[in-house]
Design a protein around this ligand. Structure first.
Ligand SMILES: Cc1cc2nc3c(=O)[nH]c(=O)nc-3n(C[C@H](O)[C@H](O)[C@H](O)COP(=O)(O)OP(=O)(O)OC[C@H]3O[C@@H](n4cnc5c(N)ncnc54)[C@H](O)[C@@H]3O)c2cc1C
Length: 568
């Protein structure tokens, strides 16, 4: 079975569900006409189907490896990177003055998601570059922008992000890498970074690392962190890669999946780096990159979910087992349930992802604080729900395959293994949920309630045609509102954090109900109405259990002592 990029699905979502017309009506994104959107989706779809998808299995079987200290990538990845960069796909949303297309993030999200479904390991490489491009656009000096951005956007050079150290994972403030000022205004960067995705490759002329490190007199914690651009080769007077910098890949991690993507342990000797942003402003600058990457990683989860669904459906249509009308397993009620759950969650997570992207574009186009707050609120939900959907759908995909799902040849297991890390990197999903109920609710729940109001308004409009579905969505909103009030009323943050993950799940479920209802309204009597009914009647009710859990407080989660946890 061959992968097919979900181009028509994206066309429907952009036309009917996520208000792309509002984006295209702004001065900033006036070029994103219907023709441009169709051309972008169609061409990206071809790249995914014809170039990237055929590389997916090879990357799993022949991982990136070190050969006498030189990193060798998986078969065909060099050509894959060339096609991605020559097609301009790295810079869809990058600034036109540096060679980007300047198009909305919503389109980048759509393309990235399709590419993730085709070949997750390879897609992670341009995703890293995109994050770096955005961070440099916002925070770097003009000289750095002029030298680096055209090369990163064209794909001649690639980008990475270096936060993690052995003792500093979720707690970035614990990092100890050092930056010593040199006489010429540059810095000497020393330290070890671990888990660095695409820390090196054998297909770009230079690899540019964004590294978090501390100045000698830096304050402890996150306030004392600065950001540095540290290239593998120091640019010469003409801006070409010159002398090698003092950094190297020490080793590669052996992983559960994502084998085509080299995950590197990086050693910085006294590597020359340039500061990006102000001293002590490193984390703020890196957050630009991380927010972009969080949305991107949510898209990775959705992309793999889409690919896993396609594979499971194809298998179910072929596999003969048991007495049924067609003779294949697709006629069994339980198999149909699995396929419907996969398809319904896929739609919900895709719509949430695009709604978040739309808010980012509207923020860029209007500069309005309300759009910024909406984008900030939706980012952890898009990341966590997108990646949870990737895990759940790919796991169900294995189940649809029966024993063949556990056998590697079908590729169903690879999706399951590859996507697992998406819930871990770019801030674990637990950290996303804490961000949602912590920082994103410092407004006293205002943004959450505004979204809930909007969902209720739309449910009211849908009542005439779909009374029971609209009522279910409306009632779920009321429960969510009550839980939001409970959470923001907790002075003890431990109570909020203990309920963070179930609250995020509940919010995502309700948003999913909202988007399914919108799809039903746009396709009355059609397949989307049937799928919406399935989601709202069978999956939306999960929100009630999540909300009960969310409001149960921390005491229960801490009920067992450490000795009791260990007992038995
Ligand atoms: C394949 C792969 C690629 C990666 N790529 C990159 C990269 O390119 N660049 C980079 O810098 N890093 C990268 N990472 C690192 C990744 O971002 C971290 O693994 C991740 O942030 C989690 O950190 P950790 O592994 O130290 O886990 P820990 O922080 O030790 O977390 C362990 C568990 O404890 C929980 N936890 C931790 N702190 C808290 C808290 N305060 N409250 C509640 N729960 C908490 C976590 O949610 C998690 O469940 C990559 C990792 C992998 C596996």
């Amino acid at each position: 079975m061959t992968f097919r990029a979900p181009v028509p699905e994206y066309q429907f979502l952009l036309d009917h569900i996520v208000g792309f017309d509002e984006i295209a009506a702004t001065d900033r994104f006036g070029d994103a006409s219907a023709d441009v959107v169709t051309a972008i989706l169609t061409e990206a779809g071809k790249l995914c189907d014809e170039v990237m998808a055929p590389l997916n299995r090879g990357g799993d079987l022949h991982p990136a490896h070190l050969e006498n200290g030189v990193l060798r990538t998986s078969p065909g990845y060099e050509e894959g990177w060339k096609s991605i960069s020559e097609g301009g796909w790295i810079g869809i949303s990058a600034a036109p003055e540096f060679g980007g297309m300047g198009l909305p993030m919503t389109l980048t999200t759509a393309v990235n998601e399709m590419m993730s479904g085709a070949c997750l390991s390879l897609q992670l490489a341009p995703l890293m570059s995109q994050g770096q491009i955005e961070a440099l656009e916002h925070h770097a000096s003009d000289a750095i922008k002029e030298l680096y951005l055209p090369k990163l956007i064209s794909g001649e050079w690639s980008g990475t992000m270096n936060l993690t150290e052995p003792q500093a994972g979720s707690d970035v403030g614990a990092l100890t890498s050092k930056a010593e000022p040199l006489d010429d205004g540059t810095y000497a960067i020393t330290g070890q970074k671990i888990y660095i995705s695409w820390g090196d490759n054998d297909f770009t002329q230079n690899v540019c690392h964004l590294v978090l490190a501390r100045l000698p007199d830096a304050a402890p914690g996150t306030k004392g962190i600065s950001l540095f651009l540290v290239p593998k080769y120091l640019p010469d007077a003409d801006g070409n890669p010159g002398q090698p910098n003092d950094l190297k890949v020490v080793s590669l991690e052996h992983k559960m999946g994502l084998h085509g993507s080299p995950t590197c342990v990086m050693q910085y000797g006294a590597a020359v780096g340039w500061m990006v942003g102000p001293p002590g402003g490193g984390l703020a600058a890196m957050f630009t990159m991380m927010n972009n990457a969080r949305l991107g990683v949510g898209g990775q989860g959705v992309g793999v979910a889409g690919a896993a669904y396609q594979k499971a459906l194809a298998y179910a249509l072929e596999r003969k087992q048991g007495v049924s009308q067609s003779g294949t397993i697709v006629d069994h009620a339980d198999v149909r349930r699995m396929l419907m759950e996969m398809k319904a969650d896929l739609f919900a997570s895709r719509a949430i992802l695009l709604a978040c992207s739309q808010a980012i574009d509207m923020q860029t186009a209007t500069g309005e604080a309300d759009w910024a707050a909406r984008a900030a609120f939706l980012t952890p939900i898009a990341k966590a729900f997108g990646t949870e959907t990737g895990m759940r759908v790919s796991e169900t995909g294995v189940q649809v395959h029966g024993g063949m799902g556990f056998v590697e040849e079908t590729g169903a297991a690879q999706y399951y293994r590859d996507v697992r890390v998406t819930a871990i990197y770019e801030g674990t999903n637990g950290i996303q949920a804490m961000d949602l109920v912590g920082r994103k609710m410092m407004d006293g729940g205002e943004m959450a309630n505004r979204l809930i109001d909007e969902i209720e308004d739309q449910a009211e409009r849908a009542r005439g045609r779909y009374p029971s579905l609209a009522e279910a969505v409306w009632q779920a909103c009321e429960s969510l509102r009550e839980a939001t009030e409970w959470l923001v009323g907790q002075d003890d943050m431990d109570n909020r954090f203990a309920g963070a993950t179930p609250y995020l799940h509940a919010f995502a479920r309700v948003l999913g109900g909202h988007f399914h209802l919108s799809a039903a309204m746009a396709d009355a009597g059609g397949a989307r109405e049937k799928l919406a009914r399935f989601y709202i009647e069978r999956l939306l009710p999960e929100h009630a259990a999540y909300l009960a859990h969310a409001q149960a407080g921390a005491a229960g989660a801490r009920a067992l002592s450490l000795a009791e946890l260990a007992d038995g």
